[in-house]
Design a protein around this ligand. Structure first.
Ligand SMILES: [Zn+2]
Length: 316
């Protein structure tokens, strides 16, 4: 009961900080340190023998295990119950899965670009002020994305998509790694770095050799087809994401801080609609306490194990 107090209090504090806009997590580190502090407190209270980190939060079992334990069975009968090959499965991914491929997140950009405020590089106002700067930034990001390789987490999703008749990827990432891993049915909530559109009329544009120095027939300049600060998500993509979320039986929340709205509402929506929610993230998030299972580890080492266990469970 003491553990419940510590976790509930700190996680509520963390989840109270809602944000708008995209790709910006500058509050995340503060929240993560609060959660890590919570985890330490919970750890001291609940650490007994081989059973680690078991805390009860709002009557939801929240079980988190260190990395060395993820090679054995981690799925409980409760999570596997009712799972069939025709169960709709959703993989909701954020920057964490790309970080495992070596792509830095917006908040820890390296070297030269670190001197710029993210809104200078990724907003309509920033583009109006200095389009060359914004296009160079996106050329840099495209190059980084193309040099990165999909990891075992991305590839595992392809395996799941063969196992289940209907499995949808909803991603906040714009790097195209899911498609390169062979994933299908991908909803890109924040767009895609490798696509371009007209800044004025929105018409899709091609960009030779990956550069956006093209202009539209209307005379507007080309820009990357991503969602910038101050812009809304594509309503069609958001609706498709909500539809999948509301009808799925199993929802994976992978490498996402669950703090960037409206995307962050998806795990909550899935839970409310009755899906089992599994969170995979090296750090605790505002979602951790309400997930049916939280695994504090990388997707690349967790998803292949989960795939094997679910594959076996469905074969019985
Ligand atoms: Zn145009």
């Amino acid at each position: 009961m003491v553990a419940q107090f510590f976790f509930g209090d700190l996680l509520t504090t963390g989840s109270g900080k809602l944000r708008t806009g995209i790709e910006s997590n500058d509050q995340e580190e503060n929240q993560q340190s609060a959660h890590e502090e919570a985890f330490r407190i919970g750890d001291e209270i609940t650490h007994k023998g081989p059973i680690l980190h078991i805390c009860i939060h709002l009557s939801t079992a929240f079980i988190s295990r260190p990395r060395r334990y993820i090679e054995s069975m981690i799925l409980t009968p409760e999570i596997l119950a009712g799972l069939r090959r025709d169960t709709l499965v959703v993989f909701f991914t954020g920057a964490g899965i790309s970080a495992e491929s070596g792509l830095s997140t917006f908040r820890d950009v390296d070297g030269y670009w670190a001197r710029y405020d993210p809104t200078q590089l990724a907003s309509p106002d920033g583009f109006r002020r200095d389009p060359e700067l914004v296009l160079s930034w996106y050329a840099h990001r495209r190059e980084s994305a193309l040099n990165a390789q999909p990891n075992a987490g991305h590839k595992s999703i392809s395996d799941f998509q063969k196992l289940f008749q209907h499995a949808v990827v909803i991603t906040q990432n714009v790097d195209g790694l899911h498609a390169r891993a062979g994933n299908r049915e991908i909803i890109e909530l924040h767009g895609n770095l490798h696509r371009f559109k007209c800044f004025r009329c929105g018409q899709p544009l091609s960009a030779p050799c990956g550069e956006a120095a093209v202009s539209c027939q209307c005379g507007g300049p080309g820009r990357p087809d991503v969602v910038w600060f101050g812009e809304n998500l594509d309503p069609g993509q958001l609706q498709a994401a909500l539809d999948a979320t509301h009808h799925c039986g199993l929802f994976f929340s992978i490498g996402t801080s669950s703090q960037v709205y409206p995307a962050a509402q998806l795990p909550l929506e899935a839970k409310r609609a009755g899906a089992r929610v599994i969170e995979i993230n090296p750090h605790l998030t505002p979602m951790s306490a309400m997930a049916d299972l939280t695994i504090q580890a990388a997707a690349g080492e967790t998803l292949p194990t989960l795939y094997r266990e679910i594959h076996e469970a469905l074969a019985v």
